[in-house]
Ligand binder design. Structure first.
Ligand code: HAM
Length: 425
């Protein structure tokens, strides 16, 4: 048997149900904030990510799935959504003299070391806002996250960390100062940080290595390089979050792994998932549109890791998400199939009830066993007596209670009862 590629996950029915539940609520929340959906390609020119995400980031340096197109172009599976989103809106004239608030959902690909919560194909729900320079939109993006956790019942399991990187100039000046400070100490840094000193020194602040962290206590501090306007932006954001009642901690070492950020950065983190605890990351990237060839334009956004949100949801809400099958339709003789299908269609037409018609024959006992096996709320039984006397038997699976229902009132009857049982959830 050919096996799945390492790091590529199969999401099987029980998890897929939870996945759909979670992703639907994330997207619904974005729609409630009036963000518009966009659908973007999985493949882009490699150059887009090199220029957008940054040549020296881990993502571009060693994690992209890059392939040569048949005509020799270098293409990459998207490792993230922001660069492609900027490209798409810019290319289609949607950033010209206007603001945009959009979201997307779908697979991203990174050649990382797979473990629980970290996969080579993973899914993000991302949101991006273009044309807003002030911290109000930073606060809105954070509030969207807070709303999502509330809708999913996860609020008590996540915390928000925020930081400011200041303007691109501030960040560049800080980078120089940090390199000057760390270069003579390079040998005492962990291996990863030694490499980052040459490629992406700010990421050293992120290091989990104790010796490296000890050296950093004496290092120049990013916040000292942030200019007045940067501090004002950040302090206003903090006030807005306070007013919204969104709790946060300022983490001065939060720098994020992509090059395009300036000013606000933030992460939503959980302690319930071990080392892969960041379920959402984002921030402001005012320079990116211009860097990719557009007119200078402020922008900010976030990406949520759907796989991780689903894992967290499962660890917090252990009961399985209900199966899609509300009604399992049993019929005892093959000549009743047409009638059974007609009944099923009437129920489905309500768009509120999922009906699975039994297939493969067998006696009623076997069919009811199947109904049980797929977690149906009810079994509908069409047998000889039912056909002769023109009624349908409705069996409530949890209690075993059976009732005779008139064919003409069946749909109404089921709807009323399903509203009680909330099976349409
Ligand atoms: P990111 O921090 O690279 O940011 O990814 C966002 C989220 O995607 C992470 O917080 C995590 O939950 C999830 N994620 C990342 N890598 C993996 C993986 N290998 N397996 C499972 N989940 C993963 C971005 O991608 C930015 N584009 C976010 C953004 C949008 N910033 C501004 N706008």
């Amino acid at each position: 048997m050919v096996q799945a590629v390492r790091g590529m996950r199969d999401v099987l029915p029980a998890e897929a149900r939870r996945w759909r539940y979670v992703e639907d609520r994330l997207c619904m929340t974005l729609r409630q904030f009036a963000y518009e959906e966009v659908q973007l390609p999985l493949l882009e020119f490699t150059e887009l990510f090199a220029r957008g995400v940054g040549e020296s980031t881990d993502i571009v340096e060693k994690e992209m799935y890059t392939l040569a197109d048949r005509d020799g172009d270098s293409l990459s599976l998207r490792p993230e959504g922001t660069a492609g989103c900027v490209r798409a809106l810019q290319e289609n004239g949607l950033l010209y003299n206007q603001t945009q608030r959009v979201f997307y959902t779908g697979s991203m690909f990174r050649y990382e070391k797979p473990q629980r919560g970290r996969y080579r194909q993973f899914s993000q729900v991302g949101a991006e806002a273009f044309g807003f320079a002030g911290p109000d939109v930073d606060a809105e993006l954070i509030a969207i996250g807070a709303h999502c956790w509330q809708v999913l019942g996860l609020t008590n399991h996540v915390r928000l960390e925020i930081n400011t990187l200041g303007s691109s100039d501030a960040r560049a000046a800080y980078r120089t100062a940090l390199v000057e400070y760390l270069t003579p100490l390079a040998k005492q840094l962990d291996e990863d940080s030694q490499r980052r000193l040459l490629t992406n020194p700010l990421r050293i602040l992120d290091s989990k290595n104790n010796a490296t962290q000890a050296l950093l206590t004496q290092a120049p501090q990013l916040t000292d390089f942030v200019d007045e306007a940067g501090h004002v932006h950040f302090n206003t954001l903090r006030t807005l979050l306070d007013e919204l009642g969104v709790g946060y901690v300022v983490n001065p070492n939060l720098v994020r792994g992509l090059d395009y950020y300036a000013h606000t950065v933030f992460e939503w983190i959980t302690d319930d998932l071990g080392s892969q605890g960041t379920i959402c990351g984002g921030g402001r990237y005012d320079g990116l549109v211009q860097q990719l060839g557009g007119k200078a334009m402020p922008a900010a956004g976030f990406g949520m890791g759907v796989d991780r949100v689903v894992l967290l949801h499962e660890s917090v809400h252990r009961e399985p998400v209900k199966s899609a099958v509300d009604i399992y339709l049993c019929y005892t003789q093959s000549q009743y199939l047409a009638f059974a299908s007609e009944i099923a269609q009437q129920l489905r037409a309500t768009q509120k009830i999922a009906v699975r018609v039994h297939m493969g024959g067998g006696n009623l006992k076997k069919q009811l066993k199947r109904a049980d096996g797929c977690d149906a709320n009810w079994a509908l039984i069409i047998g000889q007596q039912e056909r002769e006397e023109d009624f349908i038997t409705l069996k409530h699976m949890a209690t075993g209670v059976q009732e005779r229902v008139d064919r003409n009132s069946l749909v109404q009857h089921v709807l009323v009862h399903s509203a009680d049982a909330d099976v349409t959830e």
